[in-house]
Ligand binder design. Structure first.
Ligand SMILES: *[C@@H]1O[C@H](CO)[C@@H](O)[C@H](O)[C@H]1NC(C)=O
Ligand SMILES: *[C@@H]1O[C@H](CO)[C@@H](O)[C@H](O)[C@H]1NC(C)=O
Ligand SMILES: *[C@@H]1O[C@H](CO)[C@@H](O)[C@H](O)[C@H]1NC(C)=O
Length: 428
């Protein structure tokens, strides 16, 4: 092994789970003795091999102190709650010294523990940082604390607490002038009322807000991201949502909201450009809400791939409307993302008054997962097989043994009605 070039040995070392294993390689041979000091990726996990925290912290200090490589690419801390803010301060100084590009600070806390506050130095010293991933920490409380992330392109803010509230969030995001990708996962106790994302450089945004009922009308989020290309929103709160500018570059979007009006706001800001869309919207209140999912008369001019979640009782009506309003649609997937835990009334099939344009000119693939053998599913499959002029492939899958039998039953029928033998039918 000692004949291998050093670069390769360092690659091998970087596959070891933590820095502890890396340092352990020093006993292997003379060449290995100092090799660990040059690895570009350092992973420290204080739960690993259950050593006590004191020893862990001394180990981190020493290995960082002895590190010889001029640059550390990745510095990854996975910490329990015993970790002191003072330790993190020292380690962030090391991040500065080694011009760290990618920093992960992830706390794995028991729910009753009070989380650790990250030191101020994090916001000013890491000028070379390109990626910053923070999980379950507390950001500083002082909104006047200077913040500067001139190189930061990717930022994850996962289950963080913001003692500085909305103002701190605004300041943090406006201090990232080249940020391209942002992931925000909020939780109810995070002390943010309105989460505002106003980042002109942002291209990719994921925003996740778990189930939460607000008694006021003050909670919500505002986004103003005109360069956005991909958007994912999962929002199960009853807060508000404001989109301040058009997003003409949106190509992919995934919208999973538990309230129709919020879905409508988001949909109408991407309708003009979206090519691939995942949609799960509740429309169940009354039928007219279905009409409200987006403005009547709006056309999805560029939509080619649609995935629709069938957990809502009005999914079929929404689908028929989408088919009619998406003249370039090529592929459709029907899936059940959320297991509806209630017995939902089945939507009834109403044959469209005219065949949607996409079925005559562009529609090629249909995938129906979680087939249950319901009347409306059969009607829809039959309709698409009969009317789809350019259909290439239809896949129907079932997940339970009960529905497998039902799948057997419609096989023959579907095979007999397909228009062209070149259309492939797959059952599984
Ligand atoms: C929440 O944020 C506000 C500022 O918006 C601040 O005054 C308050 O102290 C914060 N509360 C907690 C519990 O951190
Ligand atoms: C959406 O979530 C809110 C807040 O938890 C809840 O009150 C509301 O009933 C949910 N709406 C739907 C349609 O599920
Ligand atoms: C379209 O589908 C419907 C329902 O399955 C069927 O009645 C109709 O004949 C089909 N149209 C054509 C042109 O095949």
């Amino acid at each position: 092994m000692d004949q291998l070039p050093e670069e390769l040995l360092l690659r091998i070392l970087s596959f070891l789970p933590t820095m502890k294993d890396v340092v352990a390689t020093m006993v292997l041979s003379k060449q290995w003795k100092s090799l660990w000091m040059f690895v570009p990726e350092l992973v420290y996990d204080d739960s690993y091999q259950s050593i006590d925290y004191e020893r862990f912290s001394r180990f981190v200090d020493r290995s960082l102190f002895l590190h010889e490589a001029p640059v550390i690419e990745t510095l990854y801390f996975k910490l329990g709650q015993t970790c002191g803010a003072e330790d993190i301060r020292v380690w962030i100084r090391a991040a500065e010294k080694f011009s760290v590009r990618e920093l992960h600070i992830k706390f794995v806390s028991p729910s009753d523990a009070s989380p650790t506050i990250l030191p101020r130095s994090l916001y000013t010293r890491c000028r070379m940082l390109v990626t910053l991933i923070l999980v379950e920490a507390v950001l500083v409380d002082d909104v006047n604390c200077p913040i500067s992330f001139p190189s930061l392109k990717l930022l994850h803010l996962v289950y963080l607490t913001y003692p500085g509230g909305d103002e701190f969030v605004n300041k943090l995001l406006s201090s990232c002038p080249v940020l391209e990708k942002l992931v925000v996962m909020q939780f109810p106790g995070d002390n943010v009322t309105i989460f505002t994302i106003r980042v002109p450089s942002l291209k990719h945004l994921r925003m996740l807000k778990p189930l939460q009922h607000y008694s006021d009308n003050a909670h919500g989020f505002v986004i103003d991201v005109p360069s956005l290309e991909t958007l994912e929103i999962v929002d199960y709160t009853d807060g508000f949502c404001v989109i301040e500018n058009e997003m003409p570059n949106i190509v992919r979007a995934s919208i999973d909201c538990n309230q129709t009006h919020r879905g409508r706001i988001i949909l109408s800001s991407i309708i003009m450009s979206v090519k691939c869309l995942f949609l799960c919207l509740p429309t169940s209140e009354v039928f007219s809400c279905m009409q409200d999912a987006y403005h009547v008369g709006s056309i999805f001019h560029h939509l080619v791939e649609l995935t629709l979640c069938t957990c809502d009782e009005q999914w079929l009506n929404l689908l028929l409307r989408l088919l009619g309003d998406s003249p370039k649609l090529r592929s459709l997937r029907l899936i059940q993302v959320h297991n509806p835990c209630w017995i939902k009334p089945s939507p009834c099939w109403i044959k469209p008054s005219s065949v949607p344009k996409c079925l005559l000119s562009s529609f090629e693939t249909l995938e129906c997962r979680d087939y249950e053998g319901k009347e409306e599913e059969k009607e829809l499959l039959g309709y698409i097989l009969r009317n789809g002029s350019c259909l290439k492939k239809v896949t129907v899958s079932s997940t339970s043994t009960d529905s497998e039998k039902k799948l057997e039953m419609i096989k023959e029928e579907l095979l007999s009605i397909r228009r062209s033998p070149t259309c492939q039918l797959v059952f599984n």
